[in-house]
Design a protein around this ligand. Structure first.
Ligand SMILES: NC(=O)C1=CN([C@@H]2O[C@H](COP(=O)(O)OP(=O)(O)OC[C@H]3O[C@@H](n4cnc5c(N)ncnc54)[C@H](O)[C@@H]3O)[C@@H](O)[C@H]2O)C=CC1
Ligand SMILES: O=C(O)C(=O)[C@H](O)COP(=O)(O)O
Length: 382
């Protein structure tokens, strides 16, 4: 059996190497010719799997994407051709929650805000949106949930887009959908942008095409620009360069790039393929993860916003991602290069907080309760 996998997918040799020949290559370079003798194709979000790519893929029986988003896959085509398909729902939702928490804390410094009491609109309340909502609540924010497809089933829990867009901060977590009842392409368009006030903050960690980037640039060049956090961009890997100086935090589609998230992504495909082939699973995701750089910290009291910000930065410093983006912007291939060489990033949950840590768990950290002394003893005993 021959497996072709995106080179940015960790642990493919370890997981599949025992029962298949595994070949890897850059996701944007996978060609129809390469797929002639391939049985299994494992991609990430940058490989468009469509009729043109599969034109010569006579042997292909399985396609997997180690991502949450599936907008790059023609799933109807796969179904028509009898090719099995798997994705990795939720695999990097925690990483996206970490990213947005780090962004909120950075925004707070920039604006001189206490986040407690501020409102956050979450547009799209699935796996990633729910992670973000939980962390914002732990910071004492009032969270407005907007998810029209879900609201059809549970109308009382949700607000409309207009109300969500009136929040102090609005974070987008929708799939990219063209057409249908709830399209998300250019959900933030010229008209919605015009209705926003210059005090507001917008975060996009879902798909670039959900925001009209040209319309945003026009707004940012006017008298009352918005505060923007952008992990994703229209037309990636291209970036609308003139927009970047008007963006507070700019990153190259790495919100979901924790090591844990990537491992869960590859592992979801391993599990699906094992099931399809009737193979036994020899690994668990935990076996693949190295120990984190910092395992535990002792806190004597519940952390305030400034302490939370320092704790988050110990595990994930979003400003380093922003600085790298600005340093290399404009160089050919900078976007994909930053993604390919992304430093190993762990989730907040890799750090255990010991002692009286209040809302630590809801913020994403691992927490051990008990008195400070008993925990110190427990730590010393380990
Ligand atoms: N920047 C990054 O690194 C990452 C980006 N993503 C993107 O984020 C998207 C969302 O991920 P999940 O939360 O895991 O997906 P999910 O499928 O769990 O949730 C998406 C939610 O959006 C809702 N929705 C659909 N249309 C909507 C509309 N017009 N308005 C408001 N809500 C709408 C759905 O009802 C659903 O509840 C993914 O499809 C992917 O494109 C996901 C992971 C990492
Ligand atoms: O899971 C998703 O959906 C994402 O957006 C991925 O985190 C993006 O990573 P790549 O597939 O582009 O490496």
């Amino acid at each position: 059996m021959k497996i072709l996998a995106d080179e940015n997918m960790p642990f493919v040799q370890e997981l599949f190497g025992d029962w298949a020949e595994v070949v890897t290559c850059p996701g944007r370079e996978i060609s129809p010719e390469q797929l002639r003798d391939v049985d299994v194709l494992l991609v990430r979000s940058i490989t468009g799997v469509d009729a043109a790519l599969l034109a010569q893929a006579e042997r292909l029986s399985f396609v997997g994407t180690a991502t949450i988003g599936c907008d790059h896959i023609d799933t109807e085509l796969l179904a028509r051709r009898g090719i099995a398909f798997a994705s990795a729902p939720g695999c990097n939702k925690v990483a996206v929650g970490d990213y947005v928490l780090a962004a909120l804390l950075r925004v707070a410094v920039h604006k001189g805000w206490q986040l407690q009491g501020k409102t956050l609109g979450v547009v799209g309340v699935g796996n990633t949106g729910a992670e973000v909502a939980a962390r914002a609540r732990a910071l004492g924010m009032t969270v407005l949930l907007c998810d029209p497809p879900r609201a059809q089933r549970d109308p009382t829990a949700f607000v409309g887009l207009e109300q969500a867009l009136a929040a102090d901060i609005v974070s987008f977590h929708v799939p990219l959908i063209h057409g249908g009842d709830h399209p998300t392409w250019h959900l933030l368009d010229q008209a919605t942008i015009a209705g926003l006030s210059g005090d507001q903050v917008l975060i996009n960690a879902c798909r670039g095409d959900v925001w009209d980037n040209q319309a945003l640039l026009a707004r940012q060049q006017g008298p009352s620009p918005l505060t923007l956090v952008m992990d994703v961009w229209e037309h990636e890997p291209e970036v609308l360069a003139p927009l970047v100086p008007h963006v507070l935090i700019a990153t190259p589609h790495i919100a979901g790039y924790s090591l844990e998230g990537k491992v869960r992504g590859t592992f979801a495909l391993y599990r699906a393929l094992c099931e399809q082939l009737g193979n036994d699973r020899r690994f668990t995701p935990e076996q693949l993860l190295p120990p984190p750089p910092i395992e535990a910290l002792h806190l004597n009291e519940a952390p305030d916003q400034a302490v939370v910000a320092r704790l988050v930065r110990l595990v994930y410093d979003i400003e380093l991602d922003d600085a790298a983006f600005r340093q290399f912007l404009g160089q050919t291939g900078f976007f994909d290069r930053l993604r390919k060489h992304y430093p190993q990033r762990r989730e907040l949950g890799s750090l255990r907080l010991l002692g009286t840590v209040g809302n630590g768990e809801s913020l994403g950290f691992k927490v051990s309760g008990g008195s400070a002394d008993s925990l110190l003893t427990e730590k010393a005993d380990r």
